[in-house]
Design a protein around this ligand. Structure first.
Ligand code: SAH
Length: 391
């Protein structure tokens, strides 16, 4: 099979897997051309709502993902293959080299495949629920160089565990922690509820916007830190905070945005549904000596409904998942009358939908920007500032 290549001049990628793997929709296109397509896509979605300046592209769009996920499978010729599901199916496309994932993680994946073969580990079969190894998840702190390997297995029993860990660390002393996660559920979720630390701390740390963050296996953390820094700085600037302001960081994950904004705000409240992420967020506040922030482990909509009954907030930064926000959240958001709302989104379609609700509720769009956090793929990240119209 032909090799994947990155063209330093036009910043395009050529990838033999692209067609089946489905991630890099713009493989073969110049990066400039891709950014123009993304501009046009955004323009269409926000038609009649607001204008966006040219999307902020990445300087060197290659090996940018700090998180690597692979499904483990096998067939007659190859007892172990790792890769992605072919879109819309459960066929695993074997990916041996990926130009958007961290290179070191790619090398570790190579070693894992050969170790699984020599240790005779069988891939987990979702239909028969037999076999051992199901997924591999790796995360790397690009600033700290810490690397976490999560081995997702169908059962707790880990044959030859100590020898396996020893062999993996001998080949890759750069790995700082190894976690076993047990997932015997029938769903498409990668991680199950039980994690067992096999080596190291069980999490990694990274530095973003000058702050240090702990990241556990199931916590959300943006996958392209170089571009994320630009996005977060722009979002915090848009929020135009003062020391008198109460800021709500809704859908806060491990607290990245709220912590980065806390120095300019009076007090910050972060809200997040994932318990492990909230735990990370609380530790992250301590790690950075931030005392004017607290985190609530709750559904953002439910939290805001209760909050709106008794309090106001000056500024809300919201960063919901791809599905966007909910009617309850948006309703309550309008009730707490923040003077500014900064809406960050990885899905412009749901963002535009939600912005329309806020416009009806008395807000106007003041500024918008897009950042390419996912070069060569069809995804874009956008941030929109809204302010409350004077009555
Ligand atoms: N702002 C964070 C995380 C953004 S990703 C960052 O930039 O790193 C979206 C986050 O919303 C995830 O952490 C996810 O766990 C959380 N989430 C999803 N549904 C939620 C809900 N209903 N209420 C609160 N948080 C939710």
């Amino acid at each position: 099979m032909a090799k994947s290549t990155f063209n330093e001049t036009d910043k395009s990628i050529q990838c033999p897997y692209a067609l089946n793997c489905g991630a890099c929709s713009y493989a073969g296109m110049t990066y400039e051309g891709e950014l123009k397509v993304k501009d046009a896509q955004i323009k269409k979605i926000f038609e009649g709502l607001c204008d966006f300046p040219h999307i902020n592209g990445m300087y060197r769009p290659v090996y940018y993902r700090n998180k690597v996920h692979a499904v483990v499978s096998g067939n007659k010729e190859n007892p172990i293959i790792t890769g992605t599901y072919e879109e819309g199916t459960h066929n695993v496309v074997a990916v041996k080299q990926c130009l958007i994932e961290d290179k070191q993680c790619n090398d570790i994946m190579d070693t894992l495949r050969s170790l699984f073969v020599s240790f005779k580990y069988k891939p987990y079969d979702e239909d028969t629920k037999r076999g051992f190894i199901r997924h591999i998840l790796m995360r790397k702190g690009f600033s700290t160089k810490e690397i976490m390997v999560v081995l997702v297995t169908g059962e707790v029993m880990f044959p030859s565990k100590n020898n396996f860990i020893k062999a993996l660390l001998e080949a890759h002393p750069e790995i700082t922690t190894i976690v076993q996660n047990v997932n015997n559920m029938g769903s498409s979720m990668v991680l199950g509820s039980r994690s067992i630390v096999l080596y190291g701390k069980g999490y990694i740390e990274d530095v973003l916007c000058g702050f240090r963050f702990r990241i556990s296996p199931s916590s959300f953390y943006q996958i392209n830190p170089a571009q994320t820094e630009k996005l977060y700085k722009a979002a915090i600037k848009m929020a135009d905070l003062t020391k008198k302001d109460t800021l709500i960081d809704a859908y806060c994950g491990i607290g990245t945005i709220g912590i980065a904004a806390s120095k300019s705000a009076g007090q910050v409240i972060g809200v997040e549904l994932n318990r492990e992420a909230v735990h990370d967020a609380q530790i992250n506040a301590q790690l950075n000596n931030i005392s004017n922030i607290k985190f609530v482990n709750e559904d953002a909509g439910e939290f805001l409904v209760a909050y709106a009954a008794r309090h106001k907030a000056d500024v809300v930064i919201m960063d919901p998942p791809r599905s966007g926000s909910t009617p309850e959240f948006l309703d309550s958001l309008i009730k707490i009358t923040p003077s500014r709302i900064v809406y960050i989104s990885c899905n412009p379609e749901t963002q535009a939908r939600d912005l329309k609700v806020l416009v009806k509720g008395g807000y106007e769009i003041k500024q918008a920007a897009a950042y390419d956090l996912f070069p060569h793929t069809s995804h874009v990240e956008s941030v929109v500032l809204m302010s409350r119209k004077e009555k």
